[in-house]
Design a protein around this ligand. Structure first.
Ligand code: ATP
Ligand code: MG
Length: 291
């Protein structure tokens, strides 16, 4: 298991600093950004986010996972790393986003959300604006940025979702979870009609239950919103996930042949992740969404 050595930035940091110093050429290729959100808490967003990040990194992409469950972060626990810095240090202007990164299993880079920081849990508009500006250089250094959100529609999540080209909504088959997922999807389609949204049905006892739940979601979306997200896949309730949380090693690495890991590999192949790019900078769009 990796320990939490803060990434030295010998190679990568130089690139990030350069990205900040030099005038940005207008045609520069920016990273794709995938948001992972849910209505209800505890549906499995962080399990999906960490395993997707691992899987995409292992396929050769430069992946950055931003744990934006700010103030209540736990992606570092799921990945078994101990970051020295987090979004709070970036927000305070103590360090750049690049310096806050920590290398995590599979070769991905994690920007942790910090634990127990009030300013991060409830940032003001100005603080968020500053934070988004500080995160913008990441877009020039990675192929894919995955943002793991807290449950529900916080101010920060709303700004991210308004700017997102691709969104994964993680829900379970339970009616409360489905209903909250629908509310989140409805909100996103209002503020960001062009978003490519997908649904992951997590912790399902079996395929029939997952598909029945998806049909309920799809039916309500079609009827009331006249559009539906894509069904990206279902992930079984699997003890291998529970064991991986205890071991602090993502299930995709610890038990790659488990049912959950194989299902998560399918989710990681969602084609929208390959095209999750807006017309310009994601973080600039997120800043505009705050106004
Ligand atoms: N497919 C699964 N099979 C078994 N257990 C699972 C599965 N997915 C998630 N879990 C369990 O649910 C717990 C919560 O998952 P996770 O932390 O990913 O949820 P979350 O949506 O990120 O929660 P929060 O809203 O608090 O951020 C995990 O620690 C794990 O024990
Ligand atoms: Mg989480």
């Amino acid at each position: 298991m990796l320990n939490g050595t803060t990434w030295s930035l010998a190679r990568f940091g130089a690139r990030l600093r350069q990205a900040g110093d030099l005038a940005r050429p207008p045609q520069k290729k920016l990273s794709r950004v995938l948001s992972i959100a849910s209505g209800k808490g505890g549906t499995g967003k962080s399990i999906v986010a960490t395993n997707l990040a691992v899987q995409r990194a292992r396929r050769g992409e430069r992946v950055c996972l931003v744990d934006f469950d700010a103030g209540m972060a736990n992606a570092h626990l799921l990945l078994g790393v101990a970051p020295r810095f987090d979004l709070g240090h970036v927000l305070d202007g103590e360090i750049s986003a690049g310096y806050a990164l920590v290398e995590a299993p599979g070769g991905l880079q994690l920007l942790s959300g910090g634990v127990g920081r009030a300013a991060l849990a409830n940032p003001t508009r100005k603080e968020l604006e500053r934070l988004f500006e500080a995160l913008q250089p990441l877009e020039e250094a990675f192929d894919l940025v995955i943002v793991d959100h807290g449950a529900g529609l916080s101010y920060a999540t709303m700004a991210h979702l308004a700017a997102s080209s691709a969104l994964l909504v993680v829900t379970t088959h339970e009616v409360t979870s489905l209903s909250d997922a629908y509310a989140l999807y409805k909100h996103v389609t209002t503020v960001n009609p062009r978003v490519q949204a997908g649904v992951v049905m997590n912790r399902s006892p079996d395929e029939a239950t997952a598909h029945a739940a998806w049909e309920r979601f799809r039916g309500a979306s079609q009827r009331f919103l006249t559009r539906t997200p894509e069904f990206v896949g279902w992930v079984p309730m699997d003890e291998a996930v529970v064991r991986s949380v205890q071991a602090r090693v993502p299930v995709s690495l610890r038990e790659p042949e488990s049912r959950a890991a194989r299902a998560l590999a399918t989710v990681a192949s969602w084609p929208a992740i390959d095209t999750a790019r807006g017309t310009g900078s994601f973080y600039a769009a997120a800043r505009r969404a705050l106004r």
